[in-house]
Design a protein around this ligand. Structure first.
Ligand SMILES: Cc1ncc(C[n+]2csc(CCOP(=O)(O)OP(=O)(O)O)c2C)c(N)n1
Ligand SMILES: [Mg+2]
Length: 407
């Protein structure tokens, strides 16, 4: 059966939790879940402030979304909503910036892999950009995330710099992990990126542990765990969800349901349709959100993250999304596990393009600005790739350094 794009928000969980979760996915102003099904990118969010896009003076991060510390985080910055106001222009521009950075990085990295310049396999995030971007807009560097084998987008949205990322993918000493992590184990503690993970389902226990630490230390930090529909079948997810809920930990489980675990369709690997249904088994809210709509993700994430920061415990957010390329790489495997029609239907919902169209419509972006934006992004990418290619490989004598932590 062809997997069709969805546009809806639905919740489960306890009655009161369901009420609050419904609010999260319906932008506060709507009253019923039925109404929420009509909400989408066509609706213009109200703007309260017109600010210029964030700029950072740090070299190599000039065009990264603003990096924030917990102290500098405010309700306005995190986009906390009321029934009457929507995100500011700055938030809208940052959401766009995050998505565009992911798209361009992934296309460039995929091409370099196909050309044999980047060793190994890259699992590209193209198509899923709205999920990482909508969530990360609410997080500071102190908040932690755990990622997956499809992790570049998570790190970019968290503020990862292109030069160190490309260098890591090339296996160079100037990479985030000195070239020893590569695509599937890239991490950066100062950004709160606890790691991509080649082990499907490896992230949830780590995020739960980080959330435990956050609570134990009395901070308001949250830990967000990204995982796939396939990973939602792993015992590690269920154990982490159980413990996070039992101890009311500030943990947000974000299932990026792209309909497939490798080449196996969801209907062939699990008996349920909505992974969010699994939240009920652990006594936490479960919310389904349109993962191709960055505003919907941003809004639902805001509610789940606020809930976690308040000390009310974890949530499970399921984003219905799609990967535009095959499981690995860009070229395509020539496999018949999904149809061209299905791919085309999801491509028509392209989260980046539809958000750009909305921003143009709103006047937050102009065609001219967009052209120069992409030109600068291309220049930044070219410089980062050049930096990575020119960097040395790690010295063999350092092979065993940084392998184990003694701290
Ligand atoms: C524990 C474990 N089992 C199997 C694999 C092989 N594997 C790599 S990716 C993948 C599919 C994961 O699917 P999903 O969690 O939906 O993530 P997606 O690739 O769709 O982003 C599998 C089975 C693995 N890496 N680790
Ligand atoms: Mg999947």
């Amino acid at each position: 059966m062809a997997r069709q794009p969805v546009r809806r928000a639905r919740t489960n969980g306890t009655k009161s939790e369901a009420k609050s979760a419904t609010r999260s996915a319906t932008k506060g102003a709507t009253k019923s879940t039925a109404e929420s099904t009509t909400r989408g990118t066509a609706k213009r969010p109200a703007n309260t402030a017109a600010k210029s896009p964030a700029k950072s003076s740090k070299k190599g991060r000039a065009r990264s979304p603003a990096r924030r510390t917990a102290k500098s985080r405010s309700a306005a910055e995190t986009g906390t909503r009321s029934a009457t106001s929507g995100p500011s222009d700055r938030v809208l521009q940052e959401l766009h910036l995050r998505m565009a950075r992911i798209r361009k990085f992934e296309e460039a990295a995929g091409g370099l892999m196909e050309d044999g310049k980047i060793p190994g396999a890259l699992h590209l995030y193209v198509g899923q950009e709205a999920v990482a971007s909508g969530i990360m807009q609410h997080l500071s560097d102190e908040d932690q995330i755990t990622s997956t084998h499809r992790g570049h987008g998570h790190l970019i949205a968290k503020g990862g710099a292109f030069p160190e990322m490309f260098a890591e993918l090339f296996g160079k000493a100037s990479g985030y992990c000195k070239g020893k992590g590569g695509s599937m184990h890239i991490s950066n503690m100062s950004l709160g990126m606890l790691g991509a993970n080649g082990i499907v389902g490896g992230g949830p226990p780590i995020a739960m542990g980080a959330a435990f630490s956050n609570k134990f230390r009395g901070t308001d930090r949250v830990a967000v765990c990204f995982f796939g529909d396939g990973a939602s079948n792993e015992g590690s997810f269920h154990e982490a969800a159980n413990m996070a809920s039992l101890y009311k930990l500030p943990c947000i489980f974000v299932c990026e349901n792209n309909g497939y675990g490798e080449y196996t369709a969801q209907e062939n690997h699990q008996a349920i349709r909505d992974v969010a249904d699994r939240a009920a088994g652990y006594g936490m809210p479960g919310v389904v959100v349109d993962g191709m709509d960055v505003m919907a993700v941003y809004e639902a994430a805001g509610e789940a993250i606020d809930r976690a920061r308040r000390g009310d415990g974890p949530s499970l957010l399921e984003a219905k999304t799609y990967r535009f390329f095959d499981h690995v790489g860009m070229r395509g495997m020539g496999l018949t596990y999904r149809s061209d029609e299905e791919l085309e239907a999801w491509r028509r919902k392209d989260a980046l393009l539809s958000f750009e169209a909305m921003l143009l419509d709103m006047g937050v972006m102009t065609k001219r600005k967009l052209t120069s934006f992409y030109k600068k992004l291309d220049e930044e990418l070219a410089a980062a790739i050049q930096f990575a290619e020119a960097s040395p490989f790690p010295d063999p004598s350092e092979l065993l350094e940084d392998v184990y932590s003694v701290a």
